[in-house]
Design a protein around this ligand. Structure first.
Ligand SMILES: Nc1ncnc2c1ncn2[C@@H]1O[C@H](COP(=O)(O)OP(=O)(O)O)[C@@H](O)[C@H]1O
Ligand SMILES: [Mg+2]
Length: 297
């Protein structure tokens, strides 16, 4: 059996198998997420949630695979300007709004890729910590109480996972609470058929109790391991030399694949432009700003 076939059979087709992709900036991580998502949409029937980072119109590429349900907070705006040829290549993009971020989990569309655009509108760590704690807490309660049966198995794509689950000394104040919620529940989520597909710029950057729950790793250039992964640590120099289109899959046993070449998908910007508007100035002057969303929780 080939490496990729093994990955498909033992990981993609099995709900709840968390995957962490590790590599420095520019090593191909976002491209790796597209590849995993492409694989999931072909070899499983999982519902997909993609946390939008707001970078470089990245999520437009997802519309190559399935229609999108882009969820934004009420009173905010998003504009999506597609190039002419993209309209033929891409599936439909639908925009919906939510007022309480805890309830996004009850409004997912199992037939679309659910893109959650929330981070692009948040500019301070206090709001971030509060909202993301609430989102992950509600995910756990709802999944546990079987309210998410309509969308499980579920895969949650989260780029730059160290922002929500930072190792000690790496995160913003207050964000540690989000990491502790994830740490306490990441194994439970696996058994509830909820998986994270996450990326990070460094193994060390993620909270120890969280990174150890990622059984499957996709290592890109600069993936660097410490002595909590002795089998991998010996190969740091191999990982250091990977090219942009190269990756290594690490299996739960910590056996790993040959160096594989992954496909290149178009960048989001090749399809068009996404802009986020929060009307901050008008709202601040009227005393009605993003705090409204925060205070709902
Ligand atoms: N499979 C690939 N084949 C060829 N080039 C790639 C591939 N993956 C990534 N690249 C190149 O590397 C660049 C950075 O990739 P990206 O996924 O944005 O990295 P990261 O998310 O780690 O910053 C891409 O714009 C592309 O030029
Ligand atoms: Mg990226």
């Amino acid at each position: 059996m080939g490496w990729q076939e093994k990955f498909e059979r033992e990981c993609l087709k099995i709900p709840g198998q968390h995957i962490l992709e590790i590599g420095i900036t520019g090593s191909g991580k976002t491209q790796g997420l597209y590849w995993i998502l492409d694989g999931l949409t072909h070899s499983s029937n999982e519902t997909i949630v993609w946390f939008d980072t707001g970078k470089s119109s990245e999520f437009l590429t997802l519309a190559l695979f399935k229609p999108l349900n882009v969820m934004i907070p009420e009173t905010f705006e998003i504009s999506i300007l597609l190039n002419e040829r993209s309209c033929d290549e891409l599936h439909d993009i639908h925009i919906s709004q939510f007022d309480d971020p805890r309830l996004i989990w009850l409004n997912l569309d199992p037939n679309k890729i659910n893109v959650l655009s929330l981070y692009p509108y948040i500019h301070d760590p206090e709001t971030y910590a509060k909202i993301f704690s609430a989102i992950f807490k509600s995910l756990i309660y709802l999944a546990h109480d079987a309210h998410l049966d309509y969308v499980t198995p579920l895969s949650i794509f989260f780029d730059e996972f160290h922002v929500v689950a930072p190792a000690q000394g790496h995160g913003e104040e207050g964000v540690g609470k989000v990491g502790s919620i994830i740490q306490l529940n990441i194994e439970k989520l696996r058994s509830l058929k909820v998986r994270f597909v996450a990326t990070t710029q460094g193994w060390f950057k993620i909270r120890k109790g969280v990174r150890s729950s990622f059984n499957w790793l996709l290592v890109r250039r600069g993936g660097y391991f410490s002595n909590d992964q002795p089998k991998l640590q010996r190969f740091n120099s191999l990982f250091q030399s990977l090219k942009n289109d190269e990756a290594v899959i690490v299996y739960p046993s910590r056996v790993f694949s040959d160096v594989m070449h992954l496909p290149l998908y178009p960048n989001g910007e090749e399809f068009g432009r996404v802009r986020y508007r929060s009307f901050a100035f008008e709202k601040f002057t009227r005393g009605n700003n993003f705090l409204d969303l925060k205070n709902k929780i």
